[in-house]
Design a binder for this molecule. Structure first.
Ligand SMILES: O=C(O)CCC(=O)C(=O)O
Ligand SMILES: [Fe+2]
Length: 340
């Protein structure tokens, strides 16, 4: 197939998927260029403002993340989950604080390890957080040896499949650039006086990235069976890269007299984005941290890589009505301690 044909087919697929979806599409490119006109920036900010108000989920296009890198990221995750030996996975296992180099957060989780609202999720995952140190401390760094405090350990990188860390680090740097562009756009979208609020509170974004593997739910899955239980994300924005599996991720869309679960199907070339609890706070409830879940009953093995672009550890985020402000790092620690 010639490259021209491929491009045409991909564009048509993207358009079809997006046109049949209730979720809007945001072209972020003006915020990734240096020569964008004020009118272009305004147009993106305006559509973002509408999308964040409702439904709080949207497709992001022209985001500068190449198809080659996206495919590499997804296929390395798939390869890891399906082919890396259990003994290697075991070495990367997330450990509790006080056990070896565990920090209660970073590492590999077997199926059922992750719990949302008291229910075991039917997925396995590799969890990464903003590095606080590059490697295990040397022996002369007295007092800095493990045990690590909650969230303060080191990321656990698999040695197979090869190239995993390099590719994911490239992906992380792209997502940080993109996240910052989205923060600029969202500041403009929130309106006068708020233009800098997100950029200035995310300069050292305490990002989280999960590579997630979802086997299909077995018919006799325990406890009602969810691949990932109902939740809202807790930070700023989630930039979701997912494979082509349909009918797995669902968002709760409010409607008069109630609401309903709507599939958020992947669209080629687009990232799925939703906003988290901190954005709802900063916007004084104008924007929604929409509830979502994953129910994967299909036949194939689904892979997704959400990148959570979050506030700085010490960012102070306003409270909801009647509540005080929160320091983001403390909020995150409470979430991790309570298993989300
Ligand atoms: O896998 C997905 O599509 C989304 C997962 C998710 O909602 C999360 O990890 O917060
Ligand atoms: Fe989520």
């Amino acid at each position: 197939m010639s490259s021209t044909t491929t491009t045409t087919t991909a564009t048509a697929t993207t358009r079809d998927a997006i046109q049949t979806s209730p979720f809007p599409t945001i072209d972020i490119s003006p915020f990734l260029r240096y020569d964008a006109s004020k009118a272009d920036l305004n147009r993106t900010a305006q559509s973002l403002s509408t999308a964040c108000t409702s439904p709080g989920f949207f497709y992001l296009t022209n985001h500068n993340l190449s198809a080659a890198l996206s495919n590499r990221v997804l296929s390395l995750a798939r390869d890891f989950f399906l082919h890396t030996p259990v003994t290697e996975k075991e070495k990367l296992k997330r450990r509790d604080v006080g056990i070896g180099n565990g920090d209660g957060a970073r590492g590999y989780q077997v199926i059922g390890d992750n719990v949302t609202q008291g229910k075991r999720d039917w997925h396995e995952a590799l969890d990464y957080y903003r590095p606080v140190r590059d490697a295990e401390p040397t022996e002369d760094e007295v007092g800095k040896q493990p045990p690590y405090d909650l969230l303060q350990g080191i990321n656990q990188w698999p040695s197979t499949p090869s190239g995993f860390r390099e590719v994911y680090e490239e992906f992380i740097s792209k997502m940080l650039e993109l996240g910052t562009a989205v923060m600029r756009a969202m500041g403009m979208a929130l309106g006068e006086g708020m233009e800098d609020v997100f950029v200035s509170n995310t300069r050292k974004s305490w990002w989280v990235m999960r590579a997630i593997g979802y086997p299909p739910l077995p018919d006799d899955a325990p406890e009602g069976g969810v691949s990932c239980g109902v939740h809202s994300d807790y930070g700023c924005v989630t930039l979701l890269l997912a494979d082509e599996t349909k009918g797995a991720l669902q968002a709760w869309v409010e409607e008069e007299g109630g609401g309903r679960w709507v599939d958020v199907n992947p669209a080629e070339g687009a990232l799925v984005v939703n906003i988290g609890d901190m954005m709802a706070r900063w916007s004084e409830g104008k924007w929604k941290a929409t509830k979502h879940r994953v129910v994967h009953r299909g036949s194939g093995y689904r892979v997704s890589v959400p990148f959570f672009f979050e506030p700085d550890w010490d960012a102070r985020v306003p409270g909801r009505e009647g509540e005080g402000e929160v320091v983001y790092g403390e909020y995150l620690s409470d979430k991790v301690r309570g298993n989300f």
